[in-house]
Ligand binder design. Structure first.
Ligand code: 2P0
Length: 346
């Protein structure tokens, strides 16, 4: 009995213009468009291999060596869409093996510690969808496939591309125009670097899906954000990236992180993702920019207390000279984390 196999990797992406809010929770349709920067796959990525055979008797998934359930609606939605695209091909070409009817074995592995507090669902769903699409030899473009990954986890649609990526929210009720598109490749602005400051590796207390629904239903500030703030920033940030305008990119990134966390605080009851150390990092980054008299580094925080910094390679040494010195003064930091754990990568 033959076994057919395909593998792929997908990167982690960090939003610089945040996705926060769903207009349709079933299809994972967002209330605003978003932008992310994909991190280098040498540092953070998911590797997924998939196999199919007529002899397999059930779909099975292993993540980091441990068998996990495939029962979630999100995973089932992705598998269903991929199988139905394959089935269309099989109907049109009777010589194709009936992969759409066979079970799948899926093996997925992250090359970063879950303790880093990074959401792995984006890279995980992106790798799952692309690996199966490869196995099925689907002709769809990455943007088309991003609509399937989106159903797994909203932010996953942005992990189908490298570099700078936009997720266009779309207008249609069926989600057919809600997909990821590339803004620029990493080669177009290769000087950009990112560093993660791991503030805490404790699991966040309010999961994103639940947190964003609370914000949508209770925050007045959120309405201002999605109607008047993000649509303008979406265009400005794409222009800043294409023009390699770091100051503009950095300021928009910091303002959007602050805006997103402000809507969390404006939710009722409020959601706190940043802690005191996160706030010290924010002050530190503004002090660094003030000291040098220009914006050379930006921070952004997701649904947790860890900071991601963006800066240009030429400024790395002077930024980290400050960070290492000053963060050691933050209580608890120096004892818990040593310098190599501040992960720096392209
Ligand atoms: C983002 N986050 O744009 C934002 C910023 C967190 C803060 O996307 O419910 O795990 O699976 O669609 O994609 C986290 O949300 O949520 C997220 P679901 P997801 O990256």
């Amino acid at each position: 009995m033959s076994i057919h196999i395909a593998s792929t990797t997908a990167p982690v992406n960090i939003a610089t213009l945040k996705y926060w809010g769903k207009r349709d929770a079933d299809l994972n349709l967002p209330t605003n468009s978003s932008i992310s920067v994909t991190l280098s796959q040498d540092d953070l990525r998911t590797l997924t291999s998939v196999a199919t055979s007529e002899s397999f008797n059930k779909d099975t998934l292993w993540i980091n060596g441990k068998e996990e359930s495939l029962d979630s609606k999100r995973t089932q939605d992705c598998l269903k869409d991929l199988r139905s695209l394959r089935e269309e091909m099989e109907v049109n070409d009777k010589s194709l093996p009936r992969f759409s009817q066979w079970k799948l074995h899926i093996v997925s592995e992250n090359n970063f510690p879950t303790a880093a507090g990074l959401a792995s669902s984006a890279a995980g769903f992106a790798a799952l969808v692309v690996a199966i699409a490869k196995l099925y030899q689907l002709p769809q473009s990455m943007s088309e496939l991003s609509k399937i990954a989106r159903k797994g986890s909203g932010s996953a649609c942005r992990s189908l591309f490298g570099g700078y990526v936009a997720w266009e929210m779309g207008q249609l009720a069926n989600g057919e125009d809600s997909m990821a598109v590339p803004v620029a490749s990493m080669d177009e602005w290769p000087e950009m670097k990112a560093a993660i400051l791991v503030v805490s590796d404790v699991k966040k207390d309010t999961p994103s899906t639940q947190g964003m629904q609370l914000t949508v239903h209770t925050s007045d500030l959120f309405k201002e954000r999605i109607n008047n703030v993000v649509p303008r920033r979406f265009e400005e940030m794409k222009t800043a990236i294409r023009n390699k305008n770091f100051k503009e990119f950095a300021e928009l990134t910091m303002k959007d992180s602050n805006s997103f966390h402000a809507t969390c605080l404006d939710s009722y009851p409020p959601i706190f993702y940043m802690n005191d150390t996160s706030k010290k990092i924010i002050r530190l980054i503004h002090s660094i920019n003030e000291f040098f008299g220009e914006v050379i580094v930006a921070y952004t925080f997701d649904a947790g207390p860890n900071a991601v910094l963006y800066y240009l390679e030429k400024d790395e040494a002077k930024i980290f000279a400050f960070i290492y010195t000053l963060l050691k003064k933050v209580e608890g930091w120096a004892n818990k984390y040593t310098e190599p754990e501040l992960q720096s990568f392209e």
